[in-house]
Design a protein around this ligand. Sequence first.
Ligand code: URA
Length: 467
Amino acid sequence: MIPTSASAPHSKPSGAPLHTIDLIRKKRDGGTLDGREIGFLVSGAADGSIPLEQLAAWLMAAWLRGLILDETRALTLATRDSGEKFSPARLGKTAVDKHSTGGVGDKTSFLVAPLAAACGVAVPMISGRALGHTGGTLDKLEAIPGFRTALTLDEFEAVLMKCGASIVSQTPTLVPADRVLYALRDRTGTVESPGLICASILGKKLAAGLDALVLDVKTGSGAFLRKPEDSEYLAALLVSTAETAGTRAVALLTDMSQPLGHAAGNWIELAESVDLLRGKRAPQSEDLRELSLILAGWMIHLGGQAATPELGYARAEAALSDGSALGTFFAMIEAQGGDTRAFSDPNFHKPGATQVVPAWESGFISTMDTTALGWAVQRTGAGREKAGEPVDPHAGIDFHARRGARIEKGQPIATIYATTPALLAEPAAILEQAIHISRTPPQEVPLVSRIFTREIAEAHLRKAVSR
Ligand code: URA
């Protein structure tokens, strides 16, 4: 999993002309690409001069062979530099963001961005679309009528000046290389690679000119890297790469052994987030509330607005209770063209077909294959089969029981919202395979299992590469 070799079977003298086919073959055969070669591939992705089939072949070679630290760092910086960059200097505030490595029902962005902004931190957030089995922040936000994610840098700055937070997409000019490679990885089975994930996440985040970044690295059955040792390596890689590029970073290893909160889909995830911002609590949303406050606490601390992450948590909790985070979120939505009336309209959520899935036996919910649950959500119509397809804003799955809950046969375990009745059967069948019910309750899993600061990350990486 952690490649250390620096052999170069097809090395060329520096300055010689580069050819994509040579670089694909070099990576395929276990070689290491240098910064110039990686820069050549990334600029070819950004300006369209390298055809998608060659980029896909290189991605698969990189996925199979792995990227060494130097390649990951070069790919990250080349991705950051592939287009225009945002400078938060004129905002007059510390710029801090959060990014997750991807999960099911992972909607913390809708909470942490307004929570941190309401506490005086600027949150310039460049996000992504659905990737593999995980949902995408941008697809979810576009479920709000009128909401625009592709802003110009001037528009991005104007929203940040007004609201303190803005969530936007990569565009043909803002991190264009990630726009192309992200969509290609989604279609070519090349998502689950620490080096590619690191460059994709940090390419976007560093292009936003952040002072600090909080990374939510998922571990467990719904994470891209499921094994704890792989997610720990990714956490260390992300923190060390961000810090080397001049952005303060911390990574929290968090549980993805079940969907986060109760909703997984597009509109239904926003509705769950707004319920929490409105102070409505539900037992199935408590993990989402808690994780959002912890992440926002770190953002507020790194943004200089609290002496410790714990004091940051307390400030975030106050911004949740006094409604200021809700006000910030609605102001941001309106500034990006969205119509917030949908959140007060009980008839807005109109799925094409609905099916309640009853529990097939009595017992305790013991384990969940959360990756399979993520695919079930995508197949309701909430995700896309082909690049560029629209997603159904109303599709998704509402989960009614958490891991460890006692459930009786026949009790609703989930509600599926699909685009058409024909799209109900596959997700229903996946649910029955992916959720296990047992006679005894499972062991509890901590919501946050480890925290990686720079020192911890560097020590971890040194150990990992010397093994
Ligand atoms: N989020 C990203 O932006 N990129 C990845 O590769 C995974 C999660």
